[in-house]
Design a protein around this ligand. Structure first.
Ligand SMILES: C[S@@+](CC[C@H](N)C(=O)[O-])C[C@H]1O[C@@H](n2cnc3c(N)ncnc32)[C@H](O)[C@@H]1O
Length: 304
């Protein structure tokens, strides 16, 4: 099995199963936290790695304008389909793009969210610094950057292929066989996933890997400060509980400093490139998102 070279790999294959698996595992335990988080902020809000819209949709219902960006076309397809069920007024917009090269103008968001381990999909320091620098560029001075890291990934015991979920999806029997590998030197956790769908005699298999990198909290804080954020609080659960190294979630709430005294990060501006099909897609945006002008015409994309 080959380790993914990039953390964005694997999500297209995962897309059909993402909501199904999450409904049986992580569920909605973080949703109230995020809704509360955005409801006190000036919009619009940007959600990095919005996936199938699991959180974008409920956050949009709070009345704040919200834009989700994701690199996976298949994940976005699910999100856009879901969004059609939301009244136009509270409907999020979804954009395809890479979080290391955001296709938005400077200071056009009041808050940026990086939920559910999203930043752990960035597998090296340079990529993390680029994404943080991009968040700093698009959020207004004083705006919020809220990050949820899943530290337990790094502590998972390695194991070979093992059945870890079984159920039915749209009348089709689904089994998930999973193995876990740890690359301690590179701080990577790799999940090798095999989804088997069975309908009668017919069997369909989908095999892919997802890779995450877990960094120490001190490292994250230093990088945030170097990029122009001030860490305001760190919580160990979704109720605002106190944090320590063993906490099951690491929530970091940081603000873009108003007086840019932050040390110049060793972060270079990402290169300009092309987004999906050379055009930026902002679909179904509600009126509250009218001020979010994407840099259509000069959209950005990350390195390959
Ligand atoms: C764990 S899912 C989170 C989805 C959603 N935020 C949620 O809470 O359910 C991570 C998402 O990040 C996206 N992603 C990973 N790396 C990315 C990158 N470099 N740029 C944009 N999206 C990325 C994946 O495609 C995937 O949809």
């Amino acid at each position: 099995m080959v380790t993914a070279r990039e953390g964005w790999e694997g999500w297209d294959d995962y897309a059909p199963f993402y909501d199904w698996e999450n409904a049986r595992t992580f569920g909605r335990r973080d949703i109230a936290f995020w809704c509360q988080c955005v409801s006190g902020e000036r919009g619009p809000v940007l959600e990095l790695g919005s996936g199938t819209g699991r959180l974008t949709l409920p956050a949009g219902r709070t009345g704040v304008g919200i834009v989700g960006i994701d690199r996976s076309a298949a994940m976005l397809e699910h999100a856009r389909r879901r969004a059609t069920r939301v009244p136009r007024r509270g409907r999020p917009a979804f954009v395809r793009g890479d979080i290391r090269a955001l296709p938005f103008k400077r200071a056009c968001f009041g808050a940026v969210l990086a939920p559910y381990g999203l930043l752990q999909s960035l597998l090296d320091d340079r990529d993390l610094d680029r994404a943080l620098a991009e968040a700093a560029r698009v959020v207004r001075r004083g705006g919020l950057l809220a990050i949820d890291l899943v530290p337990e990934l790094a502590t998972w015991a390695e194991h070979g292929p093992r059945e870890c979920l079984r159920g039915s999806r749209h009348g089709v029997a689904v089994t998930l066989i999973e193995s876990v590998r740890q690359d301690r030197r590179r701080q990577l956790t790799i999940f090798d996933e095999l989804f088997i769908e069975r309908r009668g005699q017919r069997e369909r298999k989908r095999k892919f890997s997802l890779t995450f990198r877990t960094r120490p909290m001190t490292d994250m804080r230093t990088r945030l400060e170097h990029t122009g954020f001030e860490v305001q609080s760190v919580c160990g659960d979704y109720d605002g509980g106190s944090w320590d190294e063993r906490a099951e979630v690491w929530l970091i709430l940081a603000r873009r400093v108003t007086n840019v005294r932050a040390r110049k990060a060793s972060v270079r501006a990402p290169q300009r490139g092309r987004a999906e099909g050379g055009r930026l897609r902002v679909e179904g945006a509600s009126a509250s998102l009218a001020g979010v002008s994407a840099e259509a015409g000069t959209p950005r994309a990350a390195r390959k």
